[in-house]
Design a binder for this molecule. Structure first.
Ligand SMILES: Cc1cc2nc3c(=O)[nH]c(=O)nc-3n(C[C@H](O)[C@H](O)[C@H](O)COP(=O)(O)OP(=O)(O)OC[C@H]3O[C@@H](n4cnc5c(N)ncnc54)[C@H](O)[C@@H]3O)c2cc1C
Length: 432
């Protein structure tokens, strides 16, 4: 290397967040260096469902999410199990796009490579921050802005906050692809309850359905796990999906990913801006990761000033992250308060199209207003409370009401997203 490289911005990572941030900054006139040690990482098992709000950001960047490369989806269908009829949850403002993860990242990386003002340095890695920029494995770079877009285990975040605790482990996602199998209704993602965790099925190519299964941290060992997946998930799927899953488990090709949670409450400091998963991430069930990454990137490029970016994204992230955490807990936990909330939520969704629309707006990042979130929570909690207080068993009613109060405290408090410790009776062990 001769001399010190100088640019306006270094973007660390060329996943969805880094590509979108670099494109936006360069189109605003900045000279941008993008560091990406593994451009082929996009072939891994990761985000494949993009809410309409995220698809709109991609379209604004010039990446059209059109068939046949992207499957258009009108919303979700929830299958509660236990013989209850399904609940359809349509988007009201657009269509989601589903495709293998690389189908989202590759066109963005191609656009980067062709973008004036961008140097896309593949094989090059971020090594640390310096007073006026950062250090890479090919030497120092001076830059007015360093963008940490390097994913969940972000080295940029660790350089800014060396003492920050790691993310909290939540569960595992098991993924399989199922060829030539119909969905119960095409053009929708299907959520099946009744197993150890929710299963989600959606089409990612005209011939391929993705099935993901949420497996608790207490998963069985390698000898039992295939039998466990078959035995605990197939009874809750449609017959076609169950048959296809059985066949797939026999053939192999099961992918695993660990799910963890980190609040989106730290978007960097000084001249460093964190975007996408580097700023925080939640359970993939809410399918918010890529959309959040693209919205972060768009906001950073629009304002260029890291302070303004941090303030705006902190404010916009509060509600979506609570919605995602609440949906994950309400669909997975088994305590009596959660069961009451689940019942109330499903009853409300069945009865009121307006509630379904509001829920999808909040889940799909179209609506981040606290008032709408508050109204949704109030309606669901009121239903659960009414149901609890009607119970003839006074102790059961009291325990449910206590659980509901703790639930709401968790949802509004600083530990939202972190699974609460079970609050069962404590057993005192006494020595003779
Ligand atoms: C199983 C699974 C299913 C998911 N499903 C969905 C879904 O359906 N919908 C959805 O929206 N989200 C989903 N997500 C989340 C989604 O994949 C992420 O939120 C999204 O990929 C985040 O994008 P990102 O650009 O912030 O980070 P990443 O995609 O992780 O990209 C980070 C990039 O930084 C690079 N990098 C790492 N270290 C360095 C370094 N030192 N120097 C330079 N570069 C570096 C990496 O090579 C990588 O290319 C899912 C995630 C998982 C694991």
């Amino acid at each position: 290397m001769t001399g010190v490289e100088g640019v306006d911005a270094v973007v660390v990572g060329a996943g969805p967040a880094g590509c979108a941030a670099a494109l936006g900054l360069a189109r605003g006139g900045a000279r941008v260096l993008v560091l990406e040690p593994h451009p082929d990482r996009s072939t891994r098992f990761a985000g494949e469902w993009l809410h309409p709000t995220g698809a709109a950001v991609l379209a604004r960047l010039g990446v059209a999410v059109r068939p046949p490369d992207f499957i258009r989806n009108r919303g979700f269908v929830l299958h509660p199990g236990g013989g209850e009829p399904p609940i359809q949850l349509p988007y009201t403002w657009g269509e989601a796009a589903a495709a293998p993860h690389h189908a989202f990242v590759r066109p963005l990386q191609d656009a980067l490579a062709a973008q004036t003002g961008v140097r896309f340095a593949t094989g090059r890695r971020f090594r640390g921050l310096t007073a006026g920029g950062c250090l890479t494995d090919e030497g120092p770079v001076t830059a007015g802005l360093v963008v940490g877009a390097d994913g969940r285990s972000s080295a940029v975040r660790r350089a800014v906050r060396p003492d920050a605790p790691p993310g909290v482990a939540l569960s595992y996602t098991v993924g399989v692809t199922l060829p030539h199998v119909p969905l119960p209704a095409e053009g929708f993602g299907h959520v099946f309850l009744g197993g150890p965790g929710p299963a989600l099925a959606y089409r990612i190519t005209p011939d391929l359905v993705r099935l993901t299964m949420d497996v608790p941290l207490t998963r069985p060992g390698p000898q039992q796990v295939l039998g466990y997946l078959e035995g605990s998930f197939t009874p809750h799927l449609s017959r076609e999906l169950a048959d296809a899953l059985r066949a797939r488990l026999r053939r192999g090709g099961v992918q695993w990913a660990a799910n963890s949670f980190r609040r989106r409450a730290d978007f960097g400091a000084g001249s460093v801006a964190l975007v996408g998963d580097a700023a925080g991430h939640g359970h993939p069930l809410a399918a918010q990761g890529i959309s959040c990454a693209l919205l972060d990137a768009e906001c950073l490029a629009a304002h260029a000033c890291p302070d303004t970016y941090r303030r705006l994204r902190m404010a916009s992230s509060r509600v979506p992250e609570r919605v995602a955490a609440a949906i994950h807990r309400v669909l997975t936990a088994e305590d009596r308060a959660t069961a009451a909330l689940r019942q109330s939520l499903f009853a409300l969704w069945r009865a009121a199209p307006r509630e379904r629309a509001r829920a999808m707006g909040l889940l799909g990042l179209q609506d981040d207003r606290r008032t709408d979130f508050g109204r949704s929570v109030a309606g669901i909690a009121a239903g659960a409370l009414t149901c609890a207080t009607r119970s003839p068993d006074l102790l059961d009613a009291a325990l449910t009401v206590g659980g509901l109060v703790r639930w709401l405290g968790w949802l509004g408090g600083p530990h939202v997203g972190v699974p609460p410790r079970p609050s069962g009776r404590r057993v005192a062990l006494m020595w003779p």
